[in-house]
Design a protein around this ligand. Sequence first.
Ligand code: G1P
Ligand code: ZN
Length: 553
Amino acid sequence: MSSSVFASTPYLNEVRFSPPFTDQKPGTSGLRKSSRQFEQPHYLESFIEAILRTLPGVKGGIVVLGGDGRYGNRRAIDVILRMAAAHGVRKVITTVDGILSTPAASHIVRQHKAIGAIILSASHNSGGPEGDFGVKVNAANGGPAPESLTNAIYSCTKGLEEYLIVENFSVPLDLPGQHKVGEMIIEIVDGLEDYVDLMQKIFDFDRISSYISSDFRIAFDALNAVTGPYARRILEDILGAPKGTVRNGIPLEDFGGCHPDPNLTYAKDLADLLLNGHDYSFGAACDGDGDRNMVLGRGCFVNPSDSLAVLAANATCVPAYRDGLAGVARSMPTSSAVDVVAKDLDVAVFETPTGWKFFGNLLDAGQITLCGEESFGTGSCHVREKDGLWAVLFWLQILAEKKSSVANLMAEHWSRYGRHYYSRHDYESVSSDIAHNLYSGLESRLPSLVGRSFAGRSVILTDDFSYTDQVDGSVTSNQGLRILLDDQSRVVLRLSGTGTKGATLRVYLESYVPSSGQLFQDPQEVLKPLISSIDSLAEITHRTGMSSPSVIT
Ligand code: G1P
Ligand code: ZN
């Protein structure tokens, strides 16, 4: 424990700059830019000032602050503490070394009735001086700020030419403790404890522990990012998995050169262990800030859309969900695998735009218990963020209850519900003009496609996805081009809202095979007709000059 009291009247500075920054529009998940851009004088401060002017309840409120430990984390915490003090925040809760996963931050907001959180992360983007940095804002419910708030923050930045900051103090973050700066309290917590307690309330740890101590070895890859300390505490210290179960477990500023994105491309070492080796029965990885997860079994990759469906179908294996589900939700590009389960369970299913913020109202209103995205995100009403380690524990609990392997569980699932063959093809670093022209070119052709043939099927509907939030009535448009086919197959095209270099084109491909069909084919083979038809229709290869996607998941 450490404690200190800084000058009771710290020196308040009003810093002026000009012109205002015009590019601080938050994307799918916060403001994400290169580390270099964030290092420009006043850049970070401008965005933080806009947050502190816009977030309701700042004066006298509690703010949670932390990040995934990437390059820039420590400096940003220092700046934000000084700006929070200048804006009359009553208390900032931060963590030792400022290390805080996104789901853990969401939990702390809810537990301490904070007005929100500022989370420093560019999630799954690479880090370091040449990588990316990001600032995410969470609201009082613990979830990502809704569009109304991010739009207000953006408008504020566009006219901003000054910010308030307190000078001449810096707080050591190496130990838990309490510090006072003027009227503001800075509480440094361990950051792991609250989260670990929550997991122990949700899951039956004894049951998981006895399963993984039998002949069921697990490997977890933290990709040198934020989940390392959480995973070591939970998997090794509490559940008793052998030391070394958690690989790359120390958060590093540049993630040791890893791209902290848990997929088959960027978590290749783990994928090789599970897909080509025989030593492990279960493998998992999480992303930079701990909200994404990838799950693998021996010789078996679990597609994230399927993962959501499996969790929904087996939710009653977990003590916290023993009474069943209120409903489920998935983002539009996520496959309909969970819809089939929801129908079977007779619960509602909601289809939202891409991005976790759209689940918030449904969770708050108690309309859903589980939700997820195809981009390796799954979560529940326990927090208001997707939660990587929670998903890993959920899988382990199901496997422990069923005494099953991952591959068997998947086979049983498909033989009951049918299989949604699914893949996402990403074309990264496309020039922005080319990507936007390609997108609008396809958009203009959509109406004429209905009734025509596509990939040997017939097109039944095309649109640009639009969503009306049933809780607050807000409408979000232009969320992705959809081509729906008569055999429940579909293709979706979107431009990423999280990239920082040029544009990223995402093509989502899905094809349904009922339980009586061929359930064990290679997804890329099954999806081939859709892949080649969308390529020629949208002229992807022709316009981008790329003969294959940069990443296939
Ligand atoms: C991506 C994912 C999306 C996720 C977001 C934040 O956004 O596709 O599902 O919510 O990252 O993790 P995109 O780059 O597609 O806008
Ligand atoms: Zn993330």
